[in-house]
Design a protein. Sequence first.
Length: 407
Amino acid sequence: MKLIFKNKLYAYLSLSRIFNTTGASIYNLVFIVFASTMPLPKLAIALANFIVLVPTFVSIFIGIKADHTIQKARWLITMGYLQALLFVIVALLTNSSTYLAFGTVCLLNILSDLLSDFRSGLQLPIMQHNIPADDLMEAYSFNQVLSYLCSLGGQALGVWLLAISQQNFFLVALVNAAAFLLSSTTLFLVHKQLTHPPVTNPENPLPLKNQLKEIYNNAKVIFDQEGSSNFLNLLSQVLIINALFGSLSALYNLSLLEHPFGNLSFSQSILLVDVLIIGGIIFSSLFPHDYFAKQSINRLTFFVAVSLTLLGLGNALNLHFTLSFLALAFTGYITGKVNPMVNSMLMKKLKPEVLAQTSSFLSMLFMLSMPLGTIILTSLALWHLEMAWAVFTLGGIVCLLLTMKKD
C-alpha cells in the first residue's frame, strides 16, 4: 500500500481501476437481474451466463492487438469514453423487454468486456515502464485487493440502486456509464505520464500459427525458475488449482443446503464461505513481502494443493466444520499470492511488445479451467455429494504429486 503514496502514476492508475471495476461489477450483477425479467427468464439467464464467457475465447487476439498498438495512452483513455457511451445506449435499451433489445444489450456487453481486456493489455507496458521491478509484487497485490473490494462493493451498490429505484435498469446503466467516464477522466489528468517503450511493429508479421507458438514460448519463460524447464508440469498444477478453487462455491452451495455450519442458516453459511475465501485473498494481498511471497511458484502450488486436499477430505468424511474454516481461509491466503507473483514475473521477464498477448493467453487458460471444474464437480455433487468431494480430494492429491515431481 506504500507504493500508492510514493508513486503518483500508480495512484492514478489505481483510482482509475476503482472506477472501472466498480462500474463493471455493478452491471454484471444487474445484467443477470435484467435477464430474469425477460419472457422465458431461464433462457435469458443462460444466455447471460454464456455472454460473460465469450470474451475469454478471443482474449489472445485482443492481447496481440494491444501489444501492437502504438499510442497506448491515447487508446487507453479513448476506449474508456467509448465504454461510457456504450452503456448510455444500454440504458436506453433496458426500457424495452423484447428479446431484440436484450440481444443488443448482450452484444454491447460483449463489446464492453472486449474493450476492458484491450485496456488492461494497454496498461501492462505502462506499468512495467513506470514501476520499479522490486515494487511489482506489491503493485499487483494491491491491485488484487482493489479488484475484490470493488467487485463486492459494486455488486452491493447495484443491488442497493435496484432496490431504491424499484428495478430501474436505466438508472443503473447510467451509473455504470458514469463510472467508465470517471475511469478515463482520471487517466486523462496524467496522460503525459502514461509513458511506455516505443512500439516497433514488424513489417512482415508472423503467421497466426507462429504467433501462437511464440506466445506459448513466452508463457514458458515466465514459469522457468532456478533452471526448471518443466513448464507443462507447472501449468498443469495451476490449472488444477483453478479448477478446484473455482468449484468451491458451487460445491458448498449444494453441501450447505443439507448441512449448514453450526446454528447458521443456509444463506449465512454461504456468506461465511465467501467471506473466508475472499477475506483470505484480501488479507494475503496486504502482505506482499511475507514468507509465502518469497517462495517459488512451484512451492506456492504445493501449499495450495495441501490445503485443497485437506479441505476436500474434511468434507468427504463430514468432519467438523472448523477444519473447513481453517482450510478455506488458508487456501484463500495462499491463492492470493499466485496471481500477483505470476504478473510480477511476467513484467520482469518479458519484453513490452509481448506482455498483453502472453497475459491474455495465461488468463484464458486459467479462466477456462474454472468453469470446467465447476461443471464436472457440480454434476457429480447432484448425483452423490460425498463422491464429488472425494473427486475434489483426488484432484488435490494429483496436484500435490505434480509439485513433488522432479524435472
